[in-house]
Design a protein around this ligand. Structure first.
Ligand SMILES: NC(=O)c1ccc[n+]([C@@H]2O[C@H](COP(=O)([O-])OP(=O)(O)OC[C@H]3O[C@@H](n4cnc5c(N)ncnc54)[C@H](O)[C@@H]3O)[C@@H](O)[C@H]2O)c1
Length: 385
């Protein structure tokens, strides 16, 4: 493939355009908003300049990358593309209209991909006459830095389209994982309990935000605690993803959003970008100190990790992806210190099962029910690796 079209020049589109141009493709970057296009162009120039200054890129290669990107304000300019990756607003109607318009412009063989985080690929593809050319290619933010890309064929996608897409993105130096067209794909599904169970622990008064963050970093080795991470991602985005995964899973209790985060969202306490979230980021305000209680830290860590591992095992049981891809997704997509299935082996499946059984016995809530695969493997003393 030589020419790649990227639709939407926001945070994700601009990043993906940089990745594709760096891999040597001609890139057509289209946006309906001229201001967004200008911003993407300026940001790219600043990013490349910094890379040259840090000697991570030669001036010659920097010029090659910029020369490879054409900023387009007419959709028709994408007509010769062999692959188009859409990264526009997360709205099904708008995406469907775009995919239908694109079909009237591009050749029969052009692959149409969506970078959607939460919409079903099948629903986007249904807008096309030729739905078998539509696939999900899900990058993580920032696309030039994050190594993981989820490849998501819909039930309608031709297997050749999946194969070509995977090979191409691999050739861009990314680590691809193949997954099913289910809500949140791998990462945004499996990671939900990192946030949800931590908020639940806070709501029950077991510990405050700083103590939970400290526990997950100290005992678990996570680079950021759940509350720091939610403030970093933005409570608007994080809340909306949780709500979307929960509703799309027909209100599965494991994914149930919390009122605590909903109120932050409503108050526009989005986190770092708004100056306030779970923590106050105003100048001169000291961040709260955790209660450094080792026993409490273990209780917090084991409860959250048991929920995360249960989700990863359920995803394996439901054939969302291979065990290797499930582990790769969490280490490369959200920087977890270990893959959750490898972690399960290390901690012991029986211990994880005992924690969940105990939580289930105490709360009698469905969210704590252990996955059947965890139960059967623990009974047989099996491990994943
Ligand atoms: N931001 C993230 O962390 C992240 C990560 C992975 C995937 N995604 C997904 O990527 C997509 C884009 O997200 P983003 O954060 O880059 O959004 P963004 O708001 O930064 O950019 C979206 C761009 O799309 C343009 N646009 C809107 N409608 C358009 C249309 N019909 N045709 C052409 N351009 C149009 C807008 O002008 C804007 O420049 C979404 O589907 C999102 O769910 C986002």
């Amino acid at each position: 493939m030589t020419t790649i079209g990227i639709i939407g020049s926001g945070a994700m589109g601009a990043g993906i355009a940089q990745v594709a141009a760096t891999a040597g493709h001609n890139v057509i970057l289209f946006d309906t908003n001229q201001i967004a296009l200008d911003k993407a162009k300026n940001n790219l120039e600043t990013t490349l300049k910094k890379l040259v200054e840090k000697q991570k890129l030669t001036a010659q290669n920097s010029k090659k990358i910029t020369d490879h990107i054409q900023f387009a304000s007419e959709l028709n300019e994408c007509k010769n593309c062999e692959l188009i990756i859409e990264a526009i607003v997360e709205n099904l109607d708008v995406k469907q209209k775009l995919f239908s318009d694109l079909e009237n412009i591009v050749s029969q063989d052009c692959i149409l991909a969506s970078n959607t985080s939460s919409l079903s690929i099948a629903s986007i593809a249904s807008a096309c006459k030729n739905a078998d050319r539509v696939i999900g290619i899900h990058f993580f933010n920032p696309a030039p830095i994050m190594p993981l890309v989820e490849i998501i064929p819909a039930i309608t996608t031709d297997s050749i389209v999946t194969e070509h897409s995977k090979k191409l993105i691999d050739s861009w130096g990314k680590q691809t994982v193949l997954t099913k067209d289910t809500p949140g794909f791998i990462v945004n599904r499996v990671a939900r309990s990192f946030y949800g169970e931590s908020i639940r622990i806070y709501e029950e008064g077991l510990a405050d935000f700083a103590t939970i963050d400290w526990a997950m970093k100290t005992v678990g080795g996570f680079k950021m605690g759940p509350f720091e991470l939610m403030d970093f991602i933005g409570n608007d985005i994080n809340f909306k993803v949780t709500e979307s995964v929960w509703t799309q899973f027909f209100y599965e209790p494991r994914f149930k959003p919390s009122l605590t985060q909903k109120r932050l969202y409503e108050a526009k306490w989005f986190g770092r970008k708004s100056g306030k979230g779970y923590y106050n980021y105003a100048d001169g305000v000291l961040l709260p100190t955790p209660k450094e209680d080792d026993e409490l830290a273990k209780i917090i860590f084991y409860r959250v990790i048991a929920m995360l591992i249960n989700e990863a095992i359920d995803s394996l049981y439901l054939k969302l992806a291979s065990k290797e891809d499930l582990d790769l997704a969490m280490t490369k997509g959200v920087n977890y210190p270990k893959g959750l299935l490898k972690w399960a082996d290390e901690l012991g499946l029986q211990i994880i099962l005992d924690i969940l059984d105990n939580l289930y016995a105490i709360y009698a809530e469905d969210r704590y029910r252990p996955c059947i695969l965890l139960k059967t493997m623990a009974a047989k003393g099996e491990t994943f690796y």
